[in-house]
Design a protein around this ligand. Structure first.
Ligand code: TYM
Length: 401
């Protein structure tokens, strides 16, 4: 209940973070410390990062090392489970609202792939085609088409076909999954969803009744073909913090219906090209770099729109250095430039004014173009048959090996 109450205050204050809207206080940046307090999650600290490295015998992923994944709920319990030699499963998802994913969408999927490889655990990926049909006013058929297109981009992130089940709500909801939805729905009043999600009297009832659909993949009994007899298997959800409201609701309800609460590991937002007041937004092409952008488009977007912390003249820049707090090229490199030494060097030189914005943008263009090119090649290799297999309701006999 405390988790739920905290959210209510969060949405009434200056910054708005919901699954559908991410906006900082006017002109400002998203205050993640405040968000942790308001949402009531825990900070992912250095000790946890070291523990992950120790348990997996692998270096921590860049997104962990650099604090991109900065908050969690009970992630320590998942590590306890793993340390005892037991397993857990991963759950993440995508709302297929556009043909192409942008770089921000890739973040949870890249990170989930690392978690799957490092812990050798099964993964369920929900495509909420129903959600986007209702929120984006897409037809049922178009949402389903987009779900399949997006599945190809997700598969291109390299998930292990022997441990991964991808499903679309329109295809999969029913049976045990639906029974769990009804169990959850009975525990959540209209007042409560208004408090958590900010629904109004004008919202159609499709929206109001949707949250249980995103909640129940957190429970292993929703997937009898995978987890039959493993009713207490713990679930870990990697996502950006915009999805937290769904899972606050889920965690509130879980013990009341006899289930384990899902654990979460949550990232900050890959910001819009224009600056850190919001997240990269799929419906504003000038704010986002898509996985389908050509090298030329990436170059143009970075050069034209990426907000620079560099000074107005070369003289001033040499004197004062770039303002790294607001500079988007350096933020983007922080997500995607893997070499820690080069990143630190660039930060130092740019911050001291010895490096110019043009040079930093040039490096960013190289890094992003290589990433997008790698993704394009991987996506081209994804066949319709592969999508069918990933999305088939099938047992995964070696998912814990
Ligand atoms: P969607 O499609 O809006 O986003 C997919 C995933 O990407 C994350 N994300 C971002 N991460 C970093 N920077 C950004 N700029 C950015 N924008 C989006 C989202 O947090 C999400 O993890 N309702 C969900 C689909 C869903 C889901 C889930 C997501 C269903 N079940 C379980 C996570 C976990 C949605 O529309 O996501």
């Amino acid at each position: 209940m405390a988790e739920i109450e905290n959210q209510r205050q969060g949405s009434e204050e200056d910054q708005v973070i919901t699954p559908w809207e991410v906006a900082a206080k006017e002109g400002g940046k998203i205050d993640y410390d405040k968000l942790i307090d308001k949402f009531g999650c825990q900070r992912l600290d250095e000790t946890l990062v070291r523990r992950v490295e120790r348990l997996t015998s692998l270096p921590a992923h860049v997104f962990l090392r650099r604090g991109v994944f900065f908050a969690h709920r009970d992630f320590n319990e998942i590590l306890d489970v793993y340390e005892r030699g037991e397993k857990f499963y991963l759950y993440t998802g995508r709302g297929p609202s556009s043909e192409a994913l942008h770089l921000g969408h890739l973040i949870p999927f890249m990170f989930t792939k690392y978690l799957q490889d490092a812990f050798k655990v099964p993964l369920v990926i929900q495509l909420t085609d129903d959600e986007k049909c209702m929120w984006k006013n897409l037809s049922v058929e178009e949402s389903q088409r987009l779900a399949r297109e997006n599945a190809k981009d997700i598969i291109a992130c390299g998930f292990d076909i022997t441990r991964t089940f991808i499903f679309s709500d329109f295809d999969f909801v029913g049976g045990e999954f639906y029974k769990n939805m009804v169990r959850v729905a009975k525990c959540v009043t209209f007042n409560k969803v208004v408090g958590i999600f900010g629904f109004t009297n004008e919202d159609h009832i499709g929206k109001i009744s949707f949250p249980p659909v995103q909640a129940v993949p957190s429970f292993p009994t929703s997937f009898p073909h995978l987890f039959s007899g493993k009713d207490n298997l713990r679930c870990l959800i990697p996502c950006a913090i915009d999805q937290d409201p769904y899972f606050r609701m889920t965690r509130d309800v879980a013990p009341r219906i006899g289930y384990q609460k899902p654990a979460l590991i949550e990232s900050s937002f890959f910001p819009a090209l224009q600056g850190e007041t919001g997240k990269m937004n799929a419906s504003d092409p000038t704010s986002a770099i898509y996985v389908t952008d050509s090298a030329k488009e990436i170059k143009n977007k970075v050069n034209k729109y990426a907000f620079s912390g560099g000074r107005d003249t070369i003289e001033l820049h040499r004197k004062y250095g770039a303002d790294l707090e607001v500079d988007i090229p350096i933020k983007y490199l922080g997500f995607f430039l893997e070499d820690d030494v080069e990143l630190e060097h660039t930060r130092k030189e740019y911050g001291a004014g010895r490096m110019l914005t043009g040079e930093v943008k040039k490096r960013l263009i190289e890094v992003l173009s290589a990433l997008v090119e790698r993704h394009r090649k991987a996506r081209d290799a994804v066949t319709d048959e592969m999508v069918d297999v990933f999305m088939a309701r099938r047992p995964l006999p070696h998912m814990f090996d």
